[in-house]
Each structure stands twice: as C-alpha cells, then as structure tokens.
Design a protein around this ligand. Structure first.
Ligand SMILES: Cc1cc2nc3c(=O)[nH]c(=O)nc-3n(C[C@H](O)[C@H](O)[C@H](O)COP(=O)(O)OP(=O)(O)OC[C@H]3O[C@@H](n4cnc5c(N)ncnc54)[C@H](O)[C@@H]3O)c2cc1C
Length: 337
C-alpha cells in the first residue's frame, strides 16, 4: 500500500469540480482494505463520483473503489444470483446481465457510477429501485476491522436512502462495499408503467417488449432528456422530490392545478422537484458558471470552470426561489465532500 499524495480529483467527479486529495489509493482487491496503514485515517470512499459535489480539497485518505469481477454465483428454480465487484461500471454490468439472458435490472440502464455505490442511495429509475433486486452486500468495516455482510432487509432501503446513509457511513467512510449480490427472478415481468417509456416503446411499435427492448428504450429516452456528463458536467437529479403533508399539497393544487402529485402510502404526497424548479423560473437559468439544465430543470450543470462554492450558490438560489413561490424546501441529492 503506497497512497499517492496531493492528487487532482477533477477527473474523478462528473460535475468536473476542482479539488485535491491529500492522500489517494486505488483499491483493486478487497484484501487491500485490511492493510494496517489505513486504520485511523480520515477517509472517504469514492466510486464513479457521479453523485458528488467537491467543495474543495480533502485533507484525508481517499479510497477509489475499482474492484472488478462479475459472475453467476448460483441459480435455483426461481432466480439467478449474480455477484459483482464494487468497482464494476453500473451500466456495463446491467447490459452484461441482459446479454447473458438474466433480465430484471433493465430499468436501471444508463445510470452512471459503480456497482458498489448503487445500494448507498438505493438507485432508482423508471419504477424500479435497486433494493428490489438486491440479495446481499459485502463490505469492509473499518471500525470492526473485518468483512461484514448485509442482507436486503438489513440495508433498510427507502426512496434514495439506505442503512449506509442513515448511519452516516457514506460521509465518514466507515464501510467500504466490496461486492454486491443480486437476485433476479426467472418469472420476469416487464415494468413499463412510466409514460415516457411506454411512449418510446409504442413509437417503435413494440407491444410485448423483451428486457433488452426496455433497456434500449430507456437508453434512448435518457439520452434525449439528460445531459451527458462528459459533454456537460452534472450529477443527475440535484434535488430529492419533496414529500409534503396532504393538506399542503391540496392547498398548492388549488393555486397550481397542474401541480404533479403522487400520494404516498403514509398519506403524505410526493411532489416533482423538477416541476417546482421550472415554475420558479430556473429551467435553463444560471448564476455564474452553474445553472439548471435547459431540457430538465432538476439537473444542475457546470457550464465550465465552476467550483464547489459556485454550485452551493446556485443551489441556495434555487432553493430560495422554490421556497418563496411554493413554501416547499428542496434537499440536495448528491453527497457534499
Ligand atoms: C447523468 C446522471 C444521471 C443519473 N441518474 C440517476 C438515476 O436515474 N437514479 C439514481 O438513483 N441516481 C442517478 N444518478 C446519480 C448517481 O449515478 C448514483 O447515485 C450512483 O449510484 C453513484 O455512483 P458512483 O459510483 O458515482 O458514486 P460516488 O458519487 O462516487 O459516491 C456516492 C456515495 O456513495 C459512496 N460510495 C461509493 N462507492 C462506495 C463503496 N464501494 N462503498 C461504500 N460507499 C461507497 C460515496 O462515499 C458517496 O457517499 C445520476 C447521475 C448522473 C451524473
């Protein structure tokens, strides 16, 4: 183990923000994590940097997870069990499962980042969350100094949330996920209830889509709607969809009849953050080098040369505009380092 020092992190975050790590180590095998040299250090665990806002330099040790590997672990009458290393690229892994004839993850196509980060915020898209397909997570626990395993229920998955976030481990680097096992049921059913997806399939006259048809449709829709981070640096959806009390949603709907509302099992109502931001006048608007994307108001973009401070400024301005117009607080989705 020989960490590099003073490493430039701008290539390692999809918002392309500047920042340096005092110490940096690429992790390519789980055993590296048990090195005595890593004990007691201030740490941060980095995957693909696609859900990250770098606010400046990091004065600790940054562990860049690059553990490779993917394989069919076992299968039974009901399901395939597939294991993947934390450093595998998420989208490539999903496409590989489909090419092997194991459907189930297709709705999560084209989400950037790594396999190891997927459980952290329980990535979700087009009516599917990764927690629904996950069997177990293996990780190195720096406090217990041993490998630990979490079953699906242990992970306490919720909307963009998990045990890993609830415990603050995504910020203090206590837990480094090394591999994930997915359970993909053989009794596969297409999940095409999202309007965009259904329309894309209909446009291609596909009435009974295969999992690969669904993946292709989702890739096409996402490529139309979302900026490619390589061209326009961004971190995907920048705010959570806020969940408000039913009474507040009803009052807002009186003033704004077009307000999209999604009733939740607990009686509260989820609102569409992108709609609120657009109505507050921020779609395509910028403050200095940071703005909200012109085709999707929920995506914050770096138009070039931005710093973490610029991101925070635009974020605060958008939050203030939405609060002033609707009385609703928006919370950011990415992790701030
Ligand atoms: C264009 C675009 C579209 C996106 N679309 C979606 C979407 O549809 N749905 C969605 O849910 N997200 C979406 N995202 C967000 C992002 O892709 C996901 O959150 C992804 O899982 C982040 O993976 P990462 O490897 O880049 O994690 P990073 O950004 O590197 O890290 C995110 C967090 O996970 C922790 N972490 C990373 N790897 C590990 C590990 N091995 N062990 C322990 N902790 C770890 C980090 O410490 C950090 O707290 C999008 C992002 C972009 C840029």
């Amino acid at each position: 183990m020989n960490p590099s020092t003073n490493v430039d992190l701008s290539p390692f975050n999809t918002l392309a923000l500047p920042g340096r790590a005092a110490r940096y180590q690429k992790i390519t095998a789980p055993e590296q994590l048990s090195s005595a040299e890593l004990v007691g250090e201030k740490r941060f665990i980095l995957g693909g940097g696609s859900n990250l806002v770098l606010t400046g330099d990091f004065d600790g040790l940054l562990l860049h997870m690059a553990i490779p590997g993917k394989r069919l672990l076992k299968e039974d009458a009901e399901a395939w069990f597939i294991e993947a290393g934390a450093g595998e690229n998420w989208h490539d892994f999903v496409q590989w499962t489909l090419s092997q004839g194991w459907p189930g993850l297709e709705n999560l196509s084209l989400i950037p980042g790594t396999v190891g980060a997927a459980p952290i915020q329980n990535i979700g898209a087009y009516g599917l969350e990764v927690g629904e397909c996950l069997q177990s997570v293996t990780a190195w626990d720096f406090d217990k100094n041993t490998f630990v395993s979490f079953g699906r229920d242990d992970c306490r998955f919720a909307y963009r949330d998990s045990l890993f976030k609830q415990q603050g481990w995504h910020l203090n680097g206590r837990i480094a996920i090394t591999s994930v096992v997915f359970r993909l049921p053989k009794a596969w059913q297409p999940n095409i209830r999202y309007a965009d997806l259904a329309q894309e399939l209909a446009a291609h006259q596909i009435a009974t889509p295969s999992a690969r048809d669904i993946a292709a449709a989702i890739i096409a829709v996402r490529q139309r709607k979302l900026p490619d981070p390589v061209v326009t640096p961004n971190a995907g959806s920048f705010f959570h969809n806020p969940v408000v009390e039913a009474t507040q949603a009803a009052t807002l709907a009186t003033d704004y009849p077009a307000l999209p509302r999604y009733p939740q099992p607990d009686g509260r109502v989820k609102l569409a953050a992108g709609w609120l931001i657009e109505q507050a006048g921020w779609k395509g608007k910028a403050l200095g080098p940071v703005g909200m994307y012109e085709k999707q108001a929920l995506v914050l973009v770096n138009h070039g040369g931005a710093t973490g401070a610029d991101v925070k400024r635009t974020m605060a301005a958008v939050q203030a505009a939405v609060r002033e117009k609707f009385g609703v607080d928006l919370t950011p989705e990415p992790i701030f380092l």
